[in-house]
Design a protein around this ligand. Structure first.
Ligand SMILES: [Zn+2]
Length: 312
């Protein structure tokens, strides 16, 4: 066997925040930059990608996608992970991620029952994703924040955090309406007050965990990203140390997307070709007034802090 050269640390660009904030799209956009490989929601690889036989962003099943096969072989050997191993890792993921935003918000130190074995696998997986794709930045949009904290100080991996925030009324509407999606991609619905609570927690936890470290934290509003994608893509690339990135933009708001190899995320990750970035303001007409007031009250004052004032 030849001697393997130890490469530079891999950078993981983690998109954190509350669910339905547009992280799938942001991840796909970043994945178009030459140095970046977008893996989607990596934490759901075990459950949605492998156990439920979900599809990769490229259209193939994750299990049979040539890119993921090689990544999994690099971590688990020629046969990839066995069924029991996948079960165990899916359990690890559920145990470390569920309902832990509160914990990560209040416990600024490491979580007590930190699963070092799961962290070691994640580190190897991220490094394998970088080496197979030939990119040095891996973009991971797994929620919740407690998952992101597992990525802190992984061996051979440097964490950079993009905190993506979106108007809570748009998020509430996204959780209310039914959206297309099949199998592992099916999008669940959720009542507005639950959404508001999750929005507060997800954003507070992201700020509480990383906002004090300007060199590795960037706050981005989804609405700003859509209005000026060039500016925010450059800022996000800069956070990962990429200067002068080759942006996938055709004109101001149309992007050219190549297929992704994302293991989980919303259905948009399967779209490629020319895509026009447009702010979806359907919520402003469609969200029933009583529900809108509920969301507005329940997300105050954080909503104000991010500049999402009350509208008529
Ligand atoms: Zn693929």
């Amino acid at each position: 066997m030849g001697v393997r050269v130890t490469p530079d640390p891999v950078i993981v660009l983690h998109i954190a925040g509350a669910g339905r904030s547009g992280s799938t799209l942001f991840g796909s956009l970043l994945g178009q930059l030459g140095d970046c490989f977008d893996v989607g929601e990596l934490g759901y690889l075990w459950d949605r990608g492998l156990r439920q036989d979900g599809r990769c962003g490229c259209g193939a099943q994750v299990r049979t996608c040539p890119v993921w096969r090689r990544i999994l072989q690099e971590v688990f050997g020629p046969d990839g992970p066995g069924e029991e191993e996948v079960e165990r890792l899916a359990r690890f993921h559920r145990a470390t991620s569920r309902g832990r935003d509160v914990a990560s918000l209040w416990l600024r130190g490491r979580l007590q029952e930190e699963p070092s074995e799961y962290r070691a696998i994640l580190a190897r997986l991220i490094r394998a994703a970088a080496s197979v794709s030939g990119r040095r930045v891996v973009v991971d949009s797994t929620k919740p924040v407690a998952y992101g904290r597992l990525l802190d100080d992984l061996p051979g991996v440097q964490l950079r955090v993009i905190h993506l925030v979106r108007d809570p009324r748009a998020v509430a509407w996204s959780w209310l309406r039914r959206k297309a999606g099949t199998g592992a991609d099916t999008m669940r619905t959720r009542p507005v007050l639950t959404t508001a609570a999750m929005w507060n927690l997800g954003n507070l936890a992201a700020m509480g965990s990383w906002a004090g470290e300007p060199g590795r934290y960037l706050l981005v509003r989804y609405e700003d990203l859509i209005q000026d994608p060039a500016r925010w893509l450059r800022a996000a690339a800069g956070l990962a140390g990429i200067t002068d990135p080759d942006l996938p933009l055709i004109g101001d708001s149309t992007v050219k997307m190549s297929p992704t190899h994302t293991v989980a995320g919303n259905v948009g990750r399967h779209h490629s070709g020319e895509i026009e970035l447009r702010l979806d303001s359907e919520w402003s007409n469609a969200l029933p007034p009583a529900k809108r007031v509920l969301v507005e009250c329940a997300t105050y004052p954080l909503r104000d802090r991010y500049g999402y004032g009350r509208t008529r």
